[in-house]
Design a binder for this molecule. Structure first.
Ligand code: MHO
Length: 153
C-alpha cells in the first residue's frame, strides 16, 4: 500500500527531481493544485490568475518514509521564507504551500511547520501556507520528469 502527498515549493521541475531522490518515494507527477480554474493549462497557471501553485504529487511507501519526513525534506529543498516566489520565479504559482490530503496530514503539516518556525534558523518569517488542495490537475506530459529526461540527476 502506498500513500499520496502534495507539495508546492517553486518551479515543479526541480521540486519533482528532489523528491524522486528520496528513499521511500515510489512515484511522482507534476501538476497544479490549490486553484479555482477547472482544468488549467500551463500557460494559464504561468499567467498567475488561476490560483494554482505548481505542485508535485508524491506517492510513497509508508513503511519506508512518512508524511512528516517528507514535509521536513520539503522545508530543506526550498526557501520557505520567500512569499509568492521561489528564486528567479515570481508569482503566486510559485508559492510555498502544503496541501494536506485529510485531517491527519493537516495536523502533521501544522506541527512540522511550527517546528520549523521554532527551530529559528530562518532569518525571515516562514511563508509556507497550509491550504485545501482542491483537485490536483496533472500537468502536460512534457513537464513530467522534465529534468530527468534532460540528463539531470
Ligand atoms: N523559470 C522557468 C520556470 C519553469 S517552471 C516549470 C522558466 O522560465 O521556464 O515553472
Amino acid at each position: 500500500m502506498t500513500e499520496e502527498a502534495l507539495f508546492a515549493a517553486g518551479c515543479f521541475w526541480g521540486v519533482e527531481a528532489a523528491f524522486r531522490r528520496l528513499p521511500g518515494v515510489v512515484e511522482t507527477a507534476v501538476g497544479y493544485a490549490g486553484g479555482t480554474t477547472p482544468d488549467p493549462t500551463y500557460e494559464q497557471v504561468c499567467a498567475g490568475g488561476t490560483g494554482h501553485a505548481e505542485t508535485v504529487r508524491v506517492r510513497y511507501d509508508p513503511a519506508r518514509t512518512s508524511y512528516a519526513d517528507l514535509v521536513r525534506e520539503f522545508f530543506r529543498l526550498h526557501d520557505p521564507t520567500q512569499k509568492d516566489r521561489q528564486g528567479p520565479d515570481v508569482g503566486p504559482q510559485y508559492r510555498s504551500a502544503l496541501f494536506p490530503l485529510g485531517p491527519e496530514q493537516a495536523a502533521t503539516a501544522r506541527a512540522v511547520r511550527q517546528a520549523e518556525v521554532d527551530a529559528g534558523h530562518h532569518a525571515a518569517p516562514v511563508a509556507t501556507t497550509i491550504e485545501n488542495p482542491g483537485p490536483f490537475h496533472p500537468a502536460e506530459d512534457y513537464h513530467q520528469q522534465y529534468l530527468e529526461k534532460r540528463g539531470y540527476r
